[in-house]
Design a protein around this ligand. Structure first.
Ligand code: AMP
Length: 282
């Protein structure tokens, strides 16, 4: 099937309805573009389950803070289209901001509590921008399954909570984090890193893998492991830590002792670039 690129909501609805009438399952991968192999892995997982896959490419202004990188966020649209084509995507939804936020737009969708800790503490309006745009995109596409990356751990948890609270009738699926061979989690923001900053950025995965390996070999001292993570990051030139924590994967509460369902999560700044990463602990 040929890849279709559309900008209007009515065009998405028409294409999706047509596919559904032909008996296709609909998969959806929301993105901000600047696509890399992490995004492609989501598309491939969608293609395994669904005959008709929709990708949205929309740099959502409301999830950027006033001092963040909205204007310089990379927008290599031609390359994005080619990656979608290669992954077997059927439809790209590439709306203008005015299509998503027409004059007179007044609604905010906010998941309380989960949105104000960790990332939310450093980016106060961020998750409200995310949940509002994701709810709109979910409603526009109405896919059987919508795919998110574990790379943005707090985001996928908040979206699942929103979908449960608002009775979203379709599935939300979380997919594994894709990394470069040296461990750095793929991110559209990695292009901002100079070679030496990229080297410093490897401290995130190094710290996370250290904690995972320690737990695997029997260490259950969560507070000491958190400290070890912090030491690895603090000992890396050019890294400023926002947080490095071991948290409950369901509640996001900081863990003080070993328990089932733990995640180690890190956010740092390397020069002007903010990097996040996390890992599920055994
Ligand atoms: P973004 O365009 O960065 O907002 O990301 C769009 C989707 O891709 C989100 O669900 C992200 O969690 C997911 N994603 C981003 N980077 C990765 C990665 N390295 N591995 C897996 N999924 C990712």
């Amino acid at each position: 099937m040929e890849l279709q690129v559309v900008e209007q909501i009515a065009e998405v609805r028409q294409a999706v309805n047509g596919a559904r009438q032909r008996g296709s399952r609909i998969g959806f991968v929301p993105t901000m573009g600047a696509l890399h192999s992490g995004h492609v892995s989501l598309m491939e997982e969608a293609r395994r389950d669904c005959e008709f896959v929709v990708v949205s490419i929309f740099v959502n202004p409301t999830q950027f803070g006033p001092k963040e990188d909205l204007n310089k966020y990379p927008r290599p649209f031609e390359n994005d289209v080619a990656l979608c084509q290669g992954a077997g995507v059927s439809l790209i939804f590439h709306p203008q901001p005015v299509t998503i936020y027409p004059p007179g737009f007044k609604t905010r969708v906010e998941v309380t509590g989960l949105s104000s800790v960790w990332e939310g503490a450093f980016r106060p309006e961020h998750f409200c921008g995310v949940t509002t745009v994701v709810m709109k995109l979910l409603n526009i596409v109405q896919a059987d399954v919508t795919y998110f990356g574990r790379k943005d751990f707090q985001q996928q948890l908040i979206i699942k909570q929103m979908c449960q609270d608002l009775d979203w009738p379709y599935a939300i699926q979380t997919c594994a984090t894709i990394r470069d061979p040296d461990g750095l989690a793929k991110s559209s923001r990695n292009v901002y890193l100079s070679p030496s900053e990229r080297q410093s950025g490897l401290s995130l995965s190094r710290a996370l893998f250290h904690v995972r390996d320690q737990i695997q070999s029997g260490n259950r001292d969560v507070l000491q492991l958190q400290q070890a993570m912090r030491q690895i990051l603090d000992g890396t030139p050019g890294v400023i830590v926002d947080y490095a924590a071991i948290i409950n994967s369901d509640t996001l509460a900081a863990a003080t002792e070993y328990q089932p369902a733990l995640t180690a999560a890190i956010a740092v700044r390397v020069g002007a670039t903010r990097l996040i990463d996390n890992i599920e602990l055994p």
